[in-house]
Design a protein around this ligand. Structure first.
Ligand code: ADP
Ligand code: ASP
Ligand code: MG
Length: 406
């Protein structure tokens, strides 16, 4: 019998009414003779609330307890789903990650799933049961609860699909699929019928919250096709798959944007080997994620300016680290809050010249100033004022004809 993995996100299980709806989706697959494994996230808002509580208890809340606390929302959602299925006459039960067990490696708050023990779940499936497994959490080799990063239930579902060799892995969420850009930010955004892992990975890493980036990496490595669908509307969604399955002639597939970025500039740092490493080493040690980096060409061969971006929530920590870094010299340190990164993504860029020019011209025509640029083979990102984000999104969406029917 075929196994299907169904993952439900926070908004899909956000209320009792929605959980009842989710139970119907699950039983529909059961009636179609699938062996159904469900992975659920916490009810929407719950994880944020738990994180808030931890901060109220201590501004330095211990990582091990953090994971025990914030993973608890998934337990609630899974038992409610299982309870509803039992109410409907089905055999079901919740499985917490330690009961499966789902094994993880790496640091607390940001672990990775490396193994899932199949035996108990397989036995339960063979008895006709519907297991409801907690997303987002696992246990490590010290038998302690871990979590796998915000939005991590997506990655839990992909790893469950991998270990159980599922025929299908469906991510149920509050939108109908992956869109050309966030449909909650731009009404004209269009649903993408099929998208490659590479493009989805870039879109997700650059701000498209609909899928968590790690989950796409795992799916790509293990060649697992992902379907993204709505929990509320019976409509076809988006298929995330390998590039060779896709035929189209689009140049740009989607646009992502981030908020709450900050820019840091060190003016007049010595232009000699090892300086950049001396700046970034303590930042990386403190788990500060440095994103875009640019270094000016030195005019006199003596000094240069270095600019990089970070999340605004890391700004105070970054300031402290740089001020206390005795191994670097600079003339001035500048910070700018309220910047935003906007990126266009598409494998079509590889073979199409002039995309960079079109992006810059479009922004220029709208009098939007570009502060930092970074590119890869399939994406171009620019840093702009946060207040210009929506204007830039609308203009670029139009320029690359993303609202048109494909
Ligand atoms: P879930 O609770 O199901 O995990 P998320 O909130 O994590 O859902 O992700 C769904 C949200 O992702 C949507 O409500 C939408 O606002 C946002 N989103 C951002 N970019 C995109 C995009 N390109 N396509 C679809 N949704 C997007
Ligand atoms: N509940 C977790 C979070 O809010 C995991 C998830 O939603 O996927 O980050
Ligand atoms: Mg999510």
């Amino acid at each position: 019998m075929k196994i299907v993995v169904l993952k439900f996100g926070g908004t899909s299980v956000g209320t009792i009414k929605k959980i009842k709806k989710v139970a119907e989706i699950i039983t529909d697959y059961k009636k179609k003779n699938y062996k159904v494994i469900v992975v659920s996230s916490a009810m929407s808002g719950v994880t944020n609330e738990l994180i808030k509580k931890s901060k109220e208890i201590s501004n330095n809340f211990c990582d091990t307890e953090h994971d025990v606390l914030v993973s608890s929302g998934e337990q609630v959602a899974c038992s409610l789903i299982a309870g509803r299925l039992i109410h409907k006459g089905y055999k079901s039960r919740s499985w917490l990650s330690w009961q499966v067990p789902i094994l993880t490696t790496g640091a607390y708050k940001n672990s990775r799933i490396n193994k899932i023990n199949k035996n108990k779940i397989i036995k339960f499936l063979d008895q006709g049961g519907i297991p409801i497994i907690t997303g987002f959490q696992g246990i490590n080799n010290e038998n302690r609860i871990t979590t796998i990063g915000r939005g991590g239930s997506d990655a839990s579902a992909i790893m469950v699909a991998k270990f159980f060799k599922a025929k299908r892995c469906i991510i149920y969420t509050d939108v109908e699929g992956v869109y050309t850009t966030d449909p909650n930010k731009l009404k004209k955004a269009k649903k993408i019928r099929i998208i490659s892992y590479e493009e989805m990975l870039e879109m997700a890493s650059l701000g498209a919250k609909v899928m968590q980036p790690v989950s796409i990496q795992d799916a790509r490595l293990n060649r697992i096709d992902i379907e993204v669908k709505s929990s509320f509307k019976k409509k076809s969604g988006t298929l995330i798959t390998k590039r060779s399955n896709i035929f189209n002639n689009k140049i740009v597939t989607g646009i992502s944007s981030t908020q709450n970025d900050s820019k840091v500039s060190l003016i007049g740092v010595k232009d000699k080997p090892g300086v950049a490493a001396a700046i970034f080493k303590p930042l990386s040690k403190n788990l500060i994620n440095v994103d875009m980096v640019v270094q000016n060409i030195s005019a006199n061969g003596q000094e240069t300016d270095l600019t990089f971006t970070i999340k605004t929530e890391d700004l105070n920590k970054t300031k402290k680290i740089i001020h206390h870094n005795n191994s670097i010299n600079y003339r001035k340190l500048l910070f700018e809050k309220g910047v935003s990164k906007i990126s266009i993504i598409g494998v079509g860029m590889i073979t199409t010249p002039g995309v960079t020019f079109r992006m810059f011209q479009t922004l220029g025509n709208k009098k939007i100033n570009i502060k930092v640029i970074s590119t890869s083979e399939i994406k171009i990102s620019v840093l702009i004022d946060k207040k210009d984000t929506q204007k830039a999104l609308i203009a670029l969406h139009k320029e690359f004809k993303l609202s048109q029917k494909k």
